[in-house]
Write a protein that binds this ligand. Sequence first.
Ligand code: CA
Length: 226
Amino acid sequence: MKILIVEDELKTGDYLRQGLTEAGYVVDLARDGLDGLHLALDGDYHLIVLDIMLPSLDGWGVLQKLRRSGRETPVLFLTARDEVADRVRGLELGADDYLVKPFAFAEFLARVRTLLRRGRISEPETLRSANLELDLLRRRVSRDGQRIDLTAKEFALLELLLRRQGEVLPRSLIASQVWDMNFDSDTNVIEVAVRRLRAKVDDAFEPKLIRTVRGMGYVLESMEPV
Ligand code: CA
């Protein structure tokens, strides 16, 4: 598995390269946007880790040119904490995920593994956890064999939670992916939607799957399908 890191901060770049190499990946490191873009276009990478603020060409520019050339290589964006609008913009431009600096290496590695796994498996038709089932083709949800009716937004929310099961999804990510809105907007919308979804999907069933992680977001427990 080959990973490209585009990061101009010397310490961060070296640290990520060393960590990923120790985790068994083949890693190239570019220190500016143009070098990164050239490597990304020439090399056969499974994943690109892309900083936003870069010399010569910023991360958005790299991503935009990469997508315009038809490359679907998964991209993990690295952003500073106060660049909320940037994150939304990155996702809109076709980034697959983002991570806010500073982050723990363990979290970074978990995101990397998830993106690599997602890229490798072909699109599943059914998403499952425990006795919960979401049929993407027929757009049907069932729990314990019982059909559950969801609104379009509830379906989209459950689909996102199931796709990223086991991961805590921040409200900002849910807002941008399901509601297409900025995370500064009224996040109450998300709480209400999660409550309704839970009432339909979790309340009358065991085990409980949707969990609130206080101050962080929501996670759908990843369990063996039954
Ligand atoms: Ca930077």
